[in-house]
Design a protein around this ligand. Structure first.
Ligand code: BGC
Length: 769
């Protein structure tokens, strides 16, 4: 699907209607504001293939688990983000015939996602079966300033007829999740009311009692003048609508402005939901579409000021990275520590909208550099608030003494995944959660979280690792048995290098934090030790594990081994495979995949990326050159890590090749699955590929380090990052590097291994040799 969408720096543009690609476009043109989001379904009826999706962040449903072969310890339910009330609906009848793009001739169809100002626009001409031709233009957005508000402007122009237009704005809560395990509907109606020019509906989830209230108001104009035609009211179960009839002649322009507020019991008392929702939607209507749109443009301008990346000389790459940044900013805004980032954001149901290790391993670096500290801190708090559940989860699996195993997939802290090899064995996720604290403290310099809450998380995770490692007499080392590493194409393996590494690292980091607290916050440390019943004997064991952890390696090749026995496998390279076998997960039996040496995603290399400062460049090169040719990158999270390491070892062509796989993954539907939703968390990986990969950004010892190189195909690249109060605009070409400090806070830098201090508002220019 390469370049199905037109190339443009700030817009995603679809020209011409291709019903076969509609579900892909519904994902691509998704809208969101961190509080709610939706797929780009049409406002008017559409009987063709479509995945309906409206989601409210944090409103989920514990759908009863469906599994072929039950195993003790499996979770009873899979929490999934709920498809909720369709609030965009505006049905149209033209002289009694429904406007339905699946049933008419569509001309001049154009859909545009304006990423600079944050709205979705659509226009087309449709010829109906009765010969009537109509032009439609719509614009809608989900407000970044007023979290609960969405607004739509929908205009109709008869092109060759006069007669009646029937316009039906509605709210439809009679919706389902397409992935409902037992084909159940998850909503019950609580109340509704429909009046002329307004209607509301309150629904409640069948379990957990999440209430959501949706209120619509609207206004009509004819050729720019407000009109108030008579209204027919309609309601049925979980459905409310108004219908108006408007007489029109050729070239009249009839516009409906629909303003909708969506509130939930997560933020308001149930008793006040209705009134509050009404006020919000009325206020939006009184302020009007143009004001709301202006606010929207302003909010996005502010977002771009802090997070934009500009690539000159490669419009395809420019569009790709802006699309990724746009989607990330639509998905999570960091105001509410109870929210997180699902792998598909608000763009589809897959992965249940739940939290994965993706957040800590991939998204936190993006939010750390492009938003205020609070945003990433809230992601740390999210896990802290779920610590009790993580301890319970570990207890269920037989661990004791406050050991915590965070879930692989979760909404509220409880594990939802139920494939044993992942639920029970993909335990490296615990390490990523610990690493996120290090990452936050290292980047921001803010250590207050350690005593406030992070030590508790670190201690609980460390207790888990201490119990999960076993001492092997034959090896005279600690080993970790029966795990799945990041490479999910291997299960139940022993001594996954990455897992062993991150386990021992967590123990070491927790000890560092204990030292820090004992020096700086001794009283708080004693309080915490008492609360956790923490004995210094534990430290003795941790130290012994750190010193004696077993790390598989191949001395002859000079590489770390992904797991015990990896070299016993038949060693074939991906390039030696006939292309028809790829992707393996669609062409090979699971058994064949497990027996092969092929690696789904960065695994040893993931560890080398995290702990890069521990390895010299030759070690990194040897491992990269061994693992990259064996990696099939069938997780979208993989190529970005390979980009960064290829950059590190100076293999710039490889870095660029890997970057291309990540950057337009969804826009070009590279994995043939964008219809399910966009790969939102891997979008943060794409950002990392540019900023950490091409920009060489790292933070060490309170210093920002940069080692930029520009891919051959680009004229220049610039990115913005926030670092300890400074806002830096870093621009590089093949021969020059400019770093403009756009704030008045000084910052210490190391660029190409030379130290600089950059004062507020100063510009540093360096010639690249
Ligand atoms: C990857 C995991 C990831 C999940 C959600 C899987 O395909 O292997 O590492 O957490 O997708 O993005």
């Amino acid at each position: 699907m390469k370049h199905y969408y037109k190339l443009d720096e700030w817009n995603i543009i679809e020209e011409g209607f291709d019903a076969d690609k509609n579900e892909i476009s519904e994902s691509i043109f998704s809208l969101g504001n961190g509080y709610m989001g939706q797929r780009a379904n049409f406002e008017e009826e559409y009987s063709g293939a479509s995945l309906q999706g409206n989601y409210i962040a944090g409103v989920y449903y514990p759908d009863k688990t469906r599994v072929g072969w039950w195993k003790n310890g499996y979770p009873e339910y899979f929490a999934k983000v709920l498809n909720s009330t369709n609030w965009i609906g505006i049905n149209i009848k033209i002289n009694d015939i429904s406007l339905d793009l699946a049933k008419c001739t569509v001309n001049e169809f154009k859909r545009v996602l304006n990423m600079e100002e944050g709205y979705l626009q659509r226009s087309f001409k449709a010829a109906l079966s009765n010969g009537n031709e109509i032009e439609v233009k719509s614009k809608r957005f989900i407000s970044m300033t007023r979290g609960e508000i969405g607004a739509i402007k929908y205009s109709l122009k008869p092109l060759n007829f006069k007669g009646k237009l029937e316009i039906t704005p509605y709210l439809d809560g009679d919706v389902m999740n397409s992935d409902s395990n037992y084909d159940e509907k998850f909503w019950d109606e609580i109340s509704k009311e429909v009046n002329p020019y307004e209607a509301y509906m309150m629904l409640k989830t069948k379990k957990l009692d999440f209430h959501i209230c949706t209120y619509m108001t609207y206004e009509l104009t004819k050729n720019g003048e407000i009109i108030k035609p008579l209204v027919a009211l309609e309601q049925s179960e979980k459905y409310v609508s108004n219908t108006v009839l408007v007489d029109c002649i050729e070239n009249d322009e009839i516009t409906i402005y629909k303003y909708v507020a969506n509130t939930s019991s997560r933020y308001y008392e149930t008793a006040e939901l209705r009134q509050r929702t009404k006020e919000l939607s009325n206020k939006a209507k009184n302020d009007g579409f143009d004001i709301l749109l202006k606010e929207q443009a302003h909010s996005w301008k502010e977002k771009w000021k802090e997070s934009d990346i500009v690539i000159e000389g490669d419009i395809s790459a420019q569009q790709g990275i802006r699309f990724n940044i746009f989607q990330l900013n639509q998905t999570y805004t960091g105001e509410d520590h109870r929210l997180n980032i699902g792998p598909k954001g608000f763009t589809g149901e897959k992965y249940g909208g739940s939290t994965y290790w993706d957040t800590e391993a991939y998204c936190i670096p993006f939010y750390l550099s492009t938003s205020e500290e609070k945003v990433s801190r809230n992601l740390l708090l999210y896990r802290y608030k779920q610590l009790d559940k993580a301890i319970e989860n570990a207890e269920k699996l037989g661990f004791t003494n406050g050991a915590a195993l965070y879930p692989m997939v979760t909404m509220n802290g409880e594990e939802c995944h139920n494939e044993w090899e992942i639920t029970f064995e993909e335990i490296h996720r615990n390490g990523a959660i610990a690493y996120a604290t290090y990452n936050y403290v290292n980047y921001t310099g803010d250590k207050s979280c350690l005593g406030e809450f992070s030590f508790e998380v670190l201690a609980a995770i460390s207790r888990f690792w201490a119990q999960r490692a076993t001492f092997s007499k034959s090896k005279n080392k600690y080993v970790i048995l029966g795990v799945t590493g990041p490479n999910e194409y291997e299960n139940n393996i022993n001594n996954n290098w990455y897992t062993n590494k991150i386990a021992a690292w967590t123990l070491g980091y927790t000890l560092e934090v204990i030292n820090y607290l004992s020096e700086n916050e001794p009283e708080r440390l004693s309080e915490l030790k008492e609360k956790l019943n923490f004995k210094d004997d534990e430290i003795v064991i941790w130290k012994s594990i750190i010193e004696n952890m077993y790390y598989p390696c191949d001395e002859e090749l000079g590489i770390f081994l992904q797991q015990d026995g990896y070299m016993d496998k038949e060693q074939i390279l991906v390039k030696e495979l006939d292309k028809k076998h790829l992707p393996l997960n669609q062409n090979w039996s699971w058994d064949r995949i497990l027996r092969s040496c092929f690696i789904k995603q960065a695994d040893v290399l993931q560890g080398i990326y995290l702990f890069e400062q521990e390895y010299d460049t030759d070690t990194i090169r040897r491992n990269f050159e061994f693992y990259e040719p064996r990696t099939v990158h069938e997780s979208s999270l993989s190529p970005c890590i390979h980009t960064i390491l290829a950059g590190k070892i100076g293999n710039h062509d490889k870095a660029y090749e890997m970057y291309l796989r990540a950057s337009r993954l969804d826009l070009d539907n590279y994995n043939n699955d964008t219809n399910d939703g966009c790969h939102s968390t891997s979008m943060a990986g794409t950002w990392m590929a540019i900023v950490h990969g091409f920009g060489g950004l790292r933070v060490m010892n309170n210093k920002l380090i940069l080692n930029p190189f520009i891919p051959k195909h680009w004229c220049s690249c610039s990115f913005k990052i926030m670092f300890r109060g400074a806002l830096l605009n870093i621009k590089f070409t093949a021969s020059t590097l400019q770093i403009q400090n756009e704030n008045n806070i000084a910052v210490n830098l190391s660029v190409y291994e030379k130290d600089y201090s950059l004062n507020g508002n100063d510009l540093l220019e360096i010639n690249i040799l």
